[in-house]
Design a protein around this ligand. Sequence first.
Ligand code: GTP
Ligand code: MG
Length: 437
Amino acid sequence: MTKDAYNIKPRRASFRRILHPQTGHVLDRGIVLFFPGPNSFTGEDIVELHIHGGNAVINGILEALNELPYFRIAEQGEFARRAFDNDKLDLTELEGLADLLNAETELQRRLALQQAEGGLRHVFDHWREKIIHSMAITEAVIDFGEDENIEDGALDEVIKNIKELRDTITQHLDDKHVGEIVRSGVQVAIVGPPNAGKSSLLNRLAKREAAIVSDIPGTTRDVVEVTLNLGGFPVILSDTAGLRESDDRIEMEGVKRAKARVELSDIKICLLSLSNLNLDSESSEQQHNVNIDPIVRQVIDADTYVLLNKQDMVPGTSSFLALADRIERETGARKVWSISCKTGQGMDVFLRDMVQILKARFDQSLANPALITQARHRQHLEQCLESLEAFLDIPVQDIVLGAEELRQAANSLGRITGRIDVENVLDALFGQFCIGK
Ligand SMILES: Nc1nc2c(ncn2[C@@H]2O[C@H](COP(=O)(O)OP(=O)(O)OP(=O)(O)O)[C@@H](O)[C@H]2O)c(=O)[nH]1
Ligand SMILES: [Mg+2]
């Protein structure tokens, strides 16, 4: 479709007039790129036309292309599908690519790119090769056990290698789900008594009126979610119904939902109102416990962060540090801040600390290039581990059963990367042993 098609150099941008192949009419001027296979995205020859975006130009070029034999519009995801079929990408890389397109924060982008560039593929393929190698030896022992060509102690070596791999995979699975959490967003739930300002906090952080705020206790009933980007971390922040006992059936359903959401969350924030804590004069601090309803107290544990709201209503909280200390001691909460959702007081410090908390919890693990990002990976890895354990439990005389467990283990890994191929076993077998005599 250009006059000097044969002068287009591979992988170099060429600025050309684009012509109708039959009529010779100029359709547009644009950039033509040619990627000859197999060094292209799909492994096939690929031509890219970078043209102007007007409807007439696009339609004209599509009509012209339609004149070419075998031309058709690609189906959704067809290029990725072809890349997979031609072994250019494995399943994990495809998943990474899809995540990259959907990434909303810096960390999600980093994680997706790592995976799209083969971070997981390399690790899983390496493990799978190890299992296939062990399988090859095991099969050889089964078939040629008496033969001199099989080294003494070959099976001991297999058992040692499988034990090592089992430990490596166990360690890999013990990642506190960091990859999955960052991929889908850190769940942060705000809980607390009614009227403390939970919905006000959500709105302030979301910078919009996502939840209804009113001075009537029991305003929020359903869980209200917003997504935020906190220092690159994707956060799903949930506002919940105020916790209290009530005769109102709908309110109690809200309380039930609030508790369920807290259970599910990665980070709990309990919001209390400074104006309701019944803080007597400083001298009486030692005599009274802070006034926190037992239903709220129950959800505060060593993983809960406490926010004391409405600081603007309690002027001169010079003794805030002592108060924070006291609340930490009494409730076992992890850390306490004081803020005002009304004036924004204390919000900077709280947010800065929150980012540090997220970093401390997730940053180090994110450096692992093979972090599990999907439940699918975890499920297959757990199955792989089960098969390896089963192999190690089988007595040596039942080695045939053992070989089957290794096959299952390799298949589980193959399912992650999308390649289960028994031919590999045969290749490895023939490649490693001189059994053809
Ligand atoms: N003075 C002051 N008032 C506040 C502050 N934060 C919230 N309020 C007010 O407190 C009242 C309750 O706020 P909400 O955000 O609806 O409280 P909530 O915790 O979501 O309440 P429920 O949904 O009933 O559980 C509203 O009248 C807010 O305007 C604050 O920092 N200072
Ligand atoms: Mg509310």
